[in-house]
Design a protein around this ligand. Sequence first.
Ligand SMILES: *Cc1c(COP(=O)(O)O)cnc(C)c1O
Length: 399
Amino acid sequence: MIKFLDLEKINNRFRDEIDGRIAKILDKGWYLQGEENETFCKNFAEFCGTKYCLGVANGLDALNLIIKGYGFGEGDEIIVPANTYIASILAISQNGCTPVLVEPDINTYNINPDLIEEKITDRTKAIMVVHLYGQAVQMEKIWALAKKYNLKIIEDSAQAHGGATHVDILPSQSCNDKSGVFTSATHVDILPNRDYNDKSGVFTSRKVGNLGDASAFSFYPGKNLGCMGDGGAITTNDEELYKRVKAIANYGSDRKYHHIYKGTNSRLDEIQAAVLDVKLKYLDKDNERRREIAKYYRENIKNPKIILPQAYDENAHVWHVFVVRTENRDEFQKYLSDNGIQTIIHYPTPPHKQGAYSEWNNLSFPISEEIHRTIISIPISPVMSDEEVKKVVEVVNEY
Ligand SMILES: *Cc1c(COP(=O)(O)O)cnc(C)c1O
């Protein structure tokens, strides 16, 4: 059986290093808010290119804390893709805000930037972009909208650790976008956090986690960077937000026994931080292997019944999952299973058709529904062997 994701194999590559770090924690007897958390957060901020990183308990908390940190609540609207994992939408609802769903692009599965502006009202406070399946959202139009309407950009980066978006900004480049939202000859003035631009004003790529005002990561075991339990993080360059989310996550306390918010408890523990700090060193290499497999799939799967995923930029996609589409999805899944290939569906039902959102069940998002009806994820992971990858291609091509 070719497993969808062999977590045992993935983590056992680092067994000695992880054992050593956990032994150190046992020796010290310090389990929360210690050196491991500090070290990992420093390294992860550096990896993403941001000034700050706060370790939290999970990805949903990270999203939740960002929304709380900005003070969004009752009456505020946040734009979010209709085909995301339900956590993105739950974080919005849990704060009393209204999620406003926008259809994705059927080829890339990411939010369609051209459909956002019509959903903006005077109650809109933020656009939540979700870098779904490992592919960074193309940000130029979204940066321009955020600037034009004074909106925050919240990234849900739970599926795209190490991903990037290429920004073709050259001083001489003129922008011919029809919407007229670009205000200058370069895109530079619409980028959030301009102080992070390199001095020349010319740069070509920015990492996921540093594409908006604040970003939420999950380190759920199956993610590209996963721990051995629950974990999450917030990255940002916004010092005010960082201070607020840090306090809110710590019982609303900015210093010991001094509570300025009705906060919550959300921490990344020392063991998870240590595991993540070990694995972070290998993340780029692991993502490179995922890209290699994706490239092989995209070049060698040749079956008219199978629609392959598209990448804006093959070098920047981190292929959290490899999602293909096919008309008779359930039949295809059974066929693969009968031939020794395990698959998963991310996800079978769109959020607006879930019981949790019964108020939306009559709404129609045809592109999202078409995606959910036809998608299936075939195995991709840094520990797959060349033989396994070849076998998947052979079996898919014989379907
Ligand atoms: C995994 C995931 C989350 C939630 O992360 P948890 O750590 O499980 O809370 C949020 N958004 C997306 C897109 C995810 O894939």
